[in-house]
Write a protein of this length. Structure first.
Lengths: 354, 297
């Protein structure tokens, strides 16, 4: 399946050991680490269709929010009546036992991964026929419409929100909740990485790149572009749904527009992180997400209230001045390191052209 | 779902009149968007936030004791310079680039605007009272605020003024020339940089007028800008660039749709319906074009 070189093996095992040890090393930052894992998953899977396929979507938040609502709904609905739970502080009347909680979240995450994937497949044919900015705006509309509609549906709490089941009280260890969600997100992260890495070594990636570079020509070469586009989007949706499910459990409260279908934060973050790191690279989104998270957490506490202004300015600066991202910049500077062979004559000719 | 509206003809008249008057306002914003999209080839996500900012200018005048209707003169003047400054700061760097970059960059601007407005004007829903009263029609069964009639009248007036300006004036001709072929216009001595800045300024001024009118007819809130952007985007893709009658008609159509959606689906789904309509329009056009093996460009 995935071929790993000797040099990379050291790197990967190091990272995995670091990931496993992180909640014990940085015990106070478990929630932040969970966020980081989720952000990396979102950035990496956004990159799959935003960077590799060239379909810049603002609408992956749709799958994220869908996953969040589905996990919570399944977790509650498996054992208790959902309508009464959301109606008036049902979390006080109904209490999950430990077994019920974990069963619920397990099945919930499964549903949260599968349903968004199916949704992506179902709407993919219609939406992915749009290209470029029409696709971007259409998915933006889709994400916001989902938030607005979810805010009007009574059974999932409508405008007043949905409290997800609290962590079972029978587990006394105060660290348990943080560790549980961290390892859950870490598993998803590893899964996502292995999956994306596998795609990077496969023919599928080349097809996606062909679609990005020139869709008409790719079609003329006999590639059934629509099929691959839909599959590409479904891959993103799968992991977005999982990430959303985990975040719903971690935050403990779902609001339709501020937590679940949060196009203003998460929806932009995933695009921004991928661009910051470098679209269309394996490590770019990972580095971008990590940098972004550190920047966000480090800076936002100091500029409380101004964080959105800072975010907006950051978006403008990144997009206007570093559209190629960190990896793109490195690639420009050290092309040899990326396995690109550049003829000296060619380089001179390029300079003269400029 | 509530189909009461189809049983009561007066409700229907009410919704239609409201929708058409509202639609004229939307058309004005959409015209600004079509202008800058056609000339500069950028999609401005911050369009709606410029509208809201214009509205807050009128609201500030109202707080200062001046009648907010004067906002339709003051607000565009201020907004012209806001737009011009915005162009010089950010937009000029994204004009020749990929459309996605302009979308993201203006998205960033939109976030900054929203948050700054939130700081300055507070997060409350506000409205400037014009105290124009209401007109009663059909035995008092249809009520029509005079402010809405006033806003539609002003919108039409400004739109006509702008069309004449674009046709007759030197700058208007330069803008049209740049829209047709920026490079050729440059060769013939048009300062395209200036034209772009002016176009963006005019667009912002149109937003300012619309905002001032919204402040007296509807409500203002720092975070309601995006629906206006989407509405104008929708009108433009239905009507096409630079086709003012079509923009007016599809604006009114959108207004009608919204009022009816409001009655039928309920107010909580109104904005959701607008965004879903956008998705449906795009998908409809995509299927229609794909029969000819084409796609939306």
């Amino acid at each position: 399946m995935v071929k790993v070189k000797q040099k990379d093996l050291v790197l990967y095992s190091g990272l995995i050991i670091l990931g496993l040890a992180a909640p014990f090393l940085f015990s106070a930052f478990k929630v932040q680490l969970t966020y980081l894992c989720v952000l990396i998953v979102l950035a990496m899977t956004w990159n799959l269709q935003g960077g590799e396929m060239g379909y810049n979507s603002f609408g992956n938040i749709l799958f994220y929010g869908l996953g969040m609502y589905l996990t919570a709904s399944v977790q509650v609905g498996m054992f208790f009546p959902l309508a009464e739970w959301t109606e008036s502080g049902g979390e006080k009347t109904f209490v999950h036992t430990t077994a019920q909680y974990f069963q619920g979240i397990g099945v919930g995450l499964l549903v949260a991964a599968i349903i968004p994937t199916i949704v992506a497949g179902a709407i993919g044919y219609a939406i992915l026929g749009l290209r470029g900015h029409y696709f971007a705006i259409c998915t933006l509309g889709l994400g916001i419409a989902a938030g607005e509609i979810a805010g009007g549906i009574e059974i999932i709490g409508a405008g007043q929100g949905f409290t997800t089941p609290p962590f079972p009280a029978e587990i006394v260890d105060p660290e348990a909740r943080g560790k549980f969600f961290y390892f859950l997100s870490f598993i998803v992260l590893v899964l996502a990485f292995v999956f994306v890495k596998y795609i990077y070594g496969s023919r599928f990636r080349l097809i996606l790149n062909a679609i990005r570079d020139n869709e008409d020509k790719a079609e003329a070469m006999g590639i059934q572009t629509m099929k691959y586009k839909i599959v590409g989007w479904m891959c993103s949706a799968f992991f977005c749904g999982l990430a959303g499910g985990i975040m719903g459990g971690l935050i403990g409260y779902i609001d339709s527009t501020d937590v679940a279908f949060d196009g203003r934060e998460m929806g932009v973050f995933m695009v921004l992180m991928a661009i910051l790191g470098g679209k269309g690279t394996l490590w770019g989104p990972i580095i971008g997400a990590t940098l972004f998270h550190f920047f966000k957490e480090g800076l936002w506490t100091f500029i409380l209230g101004w964080q959105y202004v800072a975010l907006g300015v950051l978006i403008v600066v990144i997009v206007v001045y570093f559209p190629e991202g960190l990896m793109g910049w490195l690639r420009e500077k050290y092309p040899e390191r990326f396995g690109e062979v550049i003829d000296d004559k060619d380089r001179k000719a390029q300079v003269e052209l400029k | 779902m509530d189909f009461l509206i189809f049983k009561a003809p007066m409700l229907m008249v009410q919704a239609s009149l409201d929708g058409i008057l509202l639609g004229i306002l939307f058309a004005l914003i959409a015209y600004g968007m079509a202008l800058q999209w056609g000339v500069m080839n950028i999609i401005n996500i911050a369009q709606g936030d410029l509208v809201i900012l214009g509205g807050y200018i009128a609201y500030t005048m109202y707080l200062a004791g001046i009648h907010p209707a004067w906002g339709v003169i003051v607000s565009p003047i201020i907004m012209y310079f806001v737009g011009w400054a915005l162009y010089k700061l950010v937009i000029n760097k994204v004009v020749d680039r990929d459309l996605f970059i302009s979308i993201l960059a203006t998205f960033g601007i939109a976030i900054v605007f929203q948050q700054l407005m939130n700081f300055i004007f507070g997060a409350d829903v506000v409205v400037a009272q014009s105290e124009y009263g209401t007109t009663m029609l059909f035995d008092n069964s249809v009520t029509l605020p005079n402010s809405k009639i006033f806003s539609a009248f002003i919108s039409v007036l400004y739109a006509i003024g702008l069309v004449i300006y674009m046709k007759k004036s030197r700058l208007g001709r330069a803008i049209r020339a740049t829209a047709q072929n920026a490079r050729a216009a440059k060769i013939l001595g048009v300062d395209t940089e200036k034209v772009y800045a002016a176009t963006f300024g005019i667009n912002a001024a149109l937003c300012g007028i619309a905002g001032a009118l919204i402040s007296i007819t509807l409500t203002l809130h720092p975070y309601v800008g995006l629906p206006y952007t989407v509405r104008s985007f929708m009108i433009v893709i239905v009507a096409g660039l630079g086709n003012l009658p079509a923009v007016a008609v599809s604006g009114m159509g959108l207004g009608l749709f919204e009022e009816f959606a409001d009655y039928i689906l309920g107010t909580e789904f109104r904005i959701g319906a607008v965004f879903m309509l956008l998705v449906f329009i795009l998908v409809y056009r995509r299927f229609k074009l794909s029969k000819k093996r084409e796609y939306l460009k």
